[in-house]
Design a protein around this ligand. Sequence first.
Ligand code: ATP
Length: 330
Amino acid sequence: MDGTPTGGGQRAASITLDGIGKRYPDGTVAVDELSLDIAAGELVVLIGPSGCGKSTVLRMVNRLVEPTAGRILLDDSDVTRVDPVRLRRRIGYVIQNVGLFPHQTVAANVGTVPGLLGWTRERTRQRVGELLELVGLDPARYGRRYPHELSGGQRQRVGVARALAADPVVLLMDEPFSAVDPIARTRLQEEFLRLQAEVRKTIVLVTHDLDEAVRLGDRIAVLSQGGRLEQYDTPAVLLGAPATPFVREFVGADRGIRRLVVTPVTRDVVEPMPGTGHQHLPTVPLGGSAYDALAVMLTSAADRVAVLDDDRPVGVLTRAGLLDLGRPGG
Ligand SMILES: Nc1ncnc2c1ncn2[C@@H]1O[C@H](COP(=O)(O)OP(=O)(O)OP(=O)(O)O)[C@@H](O)[C@H]1O
């Protein structure tokens, strides 16, 4: 959202976790010592078994939980030296079930932080309209509704709009899509990726869902108990080359299939077009995912598909070629 008149166009900030730890007063060590660099504009997913410290890490960034060790930097500034209330206005926070104010309209919910920041009514109104449109909700239709008059997926979108309202430099998301059904979830994830391409925030997202992590993450951090970092890599590397036995087990035996989701069909993997007989082959686009190509092969019971660049055939992808793409370490 660069330079929008109402948003202010703040750029995204990098996040540095430098040996952070959290020991709760009862002695529980939720996070022992974690270091992680997140580039400005990057979407990083934290994943790991229940209780490994994911939410604690997230909540240390906006100081809902105070770290007991280490430093957290947004760009170069140490978050522990900033007033927590002001800090939280620069950081969007989206949680499961959203936490919208039930007695306020959608527009009032989205305008909460701009209101706190003292924006004029007109600037807030304009901003709320832009944000609702950005998340795919018609402001005229939905702005005056109350949260209980929305579907779960719509509420989640309002939560995202609210988190983006003051143009934060960082967005923290704790299981943001887990309360909606799988079909709505997939659609929300796709929309969210389009939104992120537009706003390019630095996002840290916690999930239990490996497919969600693979679909959304630029990089994925796999944590084990005590916030121990097992691996921090792109989805393709994580699935193709798990760094530890823990990660191997965590990503599961079907990681080959999952890997196809993040493997594009490129010119390297297609074979030359046969002279004849390809006219009736099912087609897939160059650059599309290998997973989609597999789906096309399965639904059309074909052992090969033609690969098209725009409308021009560039070669064929065979079933054997596709299986090679999904092979771990391949
Ligand atoms: N306020 C607290 N006091 C004491 N221990 C806590 C507190 N909050 C969390 N913990 C403990 O810290 C550990 C990490 O919790 P956290 O919520 O960060 O894990 P998580 O990975 O997000 O879990 P889940 O996936 O189940 O949400 C757990 O053992 C939890 O019981």
